[in-house]
Structure formats: structure tokens, C-alpha cells
Design a protein around this ligand. Sequence first.
Ligand SMILES: Nc1ncnc2c1ncn2[C@@H]1O[C@H](COP(=O)(O)OP(=O)(O)OP(=O)(O)O)[C@@H](O)[C@H]1O
Length: 361
Amino acid sequence: MSPEQTIAARLHLARADFTLDVDLALPGQGVTALFGPSGCGKTTCLRALAGLERAAGRVQVKGAIWQDDATRTWLPTHRRQLGYVFQEASLFPHLTVRRNIEYGQRRLAAGRRRISLDQAVQLLGLATLLERLPHTLSGGERQRVAIARALAASPRLLLMDEPLAALDAARKAEVLPYLERLQHQLDIPVLYVSHAIDEVARLASHLVLLHQGRVLAHGPTAELLARADLPLAHADNAGALVSGTVSHHDPHEHLLSVRLAGCTLRLVSSRQHAVGEAVRLRIPARDVSLARVPAEGSTILNILPVRITRLVPDGAGQVLVALDCAGSALLARITAHSCAALALAPGQTLHAHVKGVALAD
Ligand SMILES: Nc1ncnc2c1ncn2[C@@H]1O[C@H](COP(=O)(O)OP(=O)(O)OP(=O)(O)O)[C@@H](O)[C@H]1O
């Protein structure tokens, strides 16, 4: 891909007990998640990209050079065309929603305005809230205003640092669809810091895993989620993300059939679905068990032929099994006892009994 379409950032920043040393080549569209344990440098990385921390290196965002040691280029934050959304909305308390959003446009020359105020308002569903003051809004509404304000500045890159972390589950569920809409309706790449793997699976097409200030792995989200050798797969709620198309929907039984590369999965969904619709599914590792012969007379809806690709110990008494199901990568978490009893080994073909499947979108 040409530099016009990508984001490239080489950043080096040394503190007394922490060093950020990353070389990122990210897609210039969609959501890329920065993921990793507390203290691994996610916020520092965002702040360095924004010019809020002085890191050495080079940052180029879709053709614009924001800093480059080789040419002694350094743009201060206000000259980097970016939007920054924090965990807390930090709106101006004395300004209405409308004035808060307008504030985002204040330094932008009319010629560089690619997102109108109306567009930002409509995208975040704020039309009925424009004359309200921030203290009258719910946490989710405040965060939607903060995102609209960031978008109103027509950024080349949107940086989001745990934008949902301060919200409860219900508020999170309210804001997530707006974040999904942004990436489908705007051509603005988003770099998204999150602790929540389900959020990452839902929003991000690309994933960068950080560990102690360095990139441990990066690539398409589905690929990284299913890699048994990475820490993601060992989290409690680890699971695979698979893409498929709706092949059948029975609205009476609320049963949805989704065709993957070489198999079909069935799951309960109360939503409306059209045949041919593209969907993504999350299959938690703990909801997959393995058997030599397919179970009969079982309540399990999904029994899939799989091949073991890798076995990795997963804490005391457990094993994580990476599986290939005709091109789709799955994970199963089983006991070390069962693994030994079945003498499991890479290359073996088995039947995966999949208990839990959920729509990821
Ligand atoms: N202003 C600062 N001065 C000195 N050290 C800092 C400063 N900000 C962060 N650090 C340290 O730098 C390291 C990386 O911090 P950073 O906030 O980037 O991590 P993070 O991955 O975003 O963590 P979290 O998920 O907990 O927010 C940590 O060791 C942190 O203590």
C-alpha cells in the first residue's frame, strides 16, 4: 500500500523505568486496536503519536509527515490533524452540546473541513441533545459528544484511549453501535486502546499487541485472537472470531445458520437477518470441547470436523488447543487430563462440540 493509504510510526521514548520502542505499519482505514497489559505503553504510544510526548522517530499519517528525525520535522499537537477521545469525556461544562462540538472546528480552515457539524451530530445521534449542558447528559451521551467534537475537527486519524472504560455495561452497549457506524461511514482510521477483548473483537479489524513497550505481534484481529502462542488466547474469555454469511434464518425458532469456509454454524439470534448477510461470530475457547466421535442425542447444535494445529499448556491443569475447521481457526480450552486421556497431538482430526456461539457485531 502507498504511504497515502497507511500509517507508519517509528517511536522511541525512554523513561527511567520504561522504554517505548515500536515500529508500526497500520492500515489507513478501519479500527486498529492497541492491546496489552496495564503499563505496557498503550497510552504512551497514543500520546507520542499525538505529539503530547516527545518521542524520537518518524510518524507519517496517510501521506502527512508529523515528525521525522531525519529532516528535523516536528509538528506540535495542534498541527497534527487528529482527534483524541479519552476515557472521560472532558467536555466544557459551561458550553452546550452544540458549542462543545463547534469547538472542535474552531482552528480548522474552511477548506480543510471534511466533516460538517451536521454530519458529526447525525453520526453520533445527538440532534435532540444540542442545546443541553454536559451535566444533564448520561455518561454514554457525554462520550458521544466527545467523539462528535473530535470528528468535527476532520481528523486524519482518530485516537481513542479506552473511550468506553468509564461506562457501565448498558452505556457501553449504547455507544458501541455508534463506533461501528463511524468506521463504515467515514474514511478515518481509528487507533483504539482497550482492555476489553470483546470490545476489540467487535470493533477492530487489525490488532497490535504491546508488551513492555514493544510490539509482541500485529495483524488481522481474527488471526491474532486464535493464536495459541499469544497471551490473548490465555485470557479467561479467550475465543476465536470467525467470519461467515447467513445461509438461513428461522424467525420462529430464532435460529440462524451461518456458512463459514467449510462448515455451517447454528446459533440463536433474535435479530432480523437476510440470507447472504456477512456476520462475524465469537466462539469462546471454554465453550468448545473435543471428541473422537460426534455426540449423538445431544443438545449441542454444532459439531464440526476439526484438525489440531497446536497444543499449548494453559495454566494449571488446562490445555489450549488450536484447531483448523476447513480454513477457520478455532480454539478449545480443555483439561490436561482429557488431553492426555485422548492422547491428543497436532495433526489429529476430531469433532469439536461447540456449545456457545455469539454474534460479534
Ligand atoms: N508521565 C509519566 N512519567 C513517568 N512514567 C510514566 C508516565 N506516564 C506513564 N508512565 C509509565 O510508563 C509506562 C507505560 O504507561 P502507559 O500509561 O503508557 O501504559 P498503558 O499500557 O496505557 O497502561 P494502562 O492500561 O494501565 O492505562 C508505565 O510503567 C507507567 O508507569
